[in-house]
Design a protein around this ligand. Sequence first.
Ligand code: SF4
Ligand code: SF4
Length: 173
Amino acid sequence: MGIVQRKDLSLAERLYLPEVVRGLSITFRKMFEKPMTRQYPEEPLPKTEVTRGQPRLVVKDDGNVACVSCGMCEAACPAYAITIDGGETERPIEREPVRFEIDMLRCILCGFCEEACPKDAIFMSDELELADSSRGALVYDLEMLKRPKAALQKRIDYVYRLNQRWRKSSSTS
Ligand code: SF4
Ligand code: SF4
């Protein structure tokens, strides 16, 4: 069996001086680089139409919510965050939600509800901030979820553009 020949360490190596110098040089270099941290909330996150914030319900130009309480989003939600009770209406759509709640503490901002909706009634907004002093206050009801269509228009246009790909490919297949 061979004997392992260990290298004799110099005094500097025994005192870890090369590592200390290398570490300090990195620290010194980083001091002059642009910081990567963000001073939130003074410096909010940039928001674009790709931003997937909390889901919101579309209110059409006639003032009615676009939702017909079909329950597709409720079924698609993997976090069981949505609760809907539908009611009858005299309008041509026949049904609308009398109760529409999203538990924002459960919501994982996945966007499945947006994808599942056959009526373009629910879209991911760019609203990201979420804070309150009780769990109950973070269960958003119908009134808290409603947004005028114009407020969600950028996201609506983006989703339409995305879905255009599938419309084209399905029309050619
Ligand atoms: S974004 Fe996802 S988790 Fe949140 S309500 Fe919609 S489907 Fe549920
Ligand atoms: S899928 Fe759309 S129309 Fe159906 S209940 Fe959900 S938001 Fe309303």
